[in-house]
Ligand binder design. Structure first.
Ligand code: ZN
Length: 82
């Protein structure tokens, strides 16, 4: 009987380890979360003219969460001049 319990505990531990391993792989592949893929086109709004721009190609002002994106130098100047 004691042997059976030991085997049961061992099986549970192995199953948990395996599950954690599988979760880590799925997490790394971004399959577990329902988030949009990071490669998806994400647009930000130019606060001056209201046009949507691609962050990687836009002009920026500020940093961190306060970063603003602009379609052109003209808009950026207008924003910083306020
Ligand atoms: Zn603009």
């Amino acid at each position: 009987m004691a042997r059976l319990i030991v085997w049961l505990v061992l099986a549970i531990i192995i199953a948990r380890l395996l599950w954690r391993f599988i979760r880590a792989i799925l997490d790394g592949a971004g399959m577990l979360r329902g988030d949009a893929p990071p490669s998806a086109m994400k647009l930000v709004r130019d606060p001056v003219c209201g046009i949507f721009v691609v962050p990687s190609q836009a002009l920026t002002a500020g940093s961190g969460s306060d970063t603003m994106y602009f379609c052109s130098e003209k808009c950026r100047k207008q924003w910083s001049g306020r």
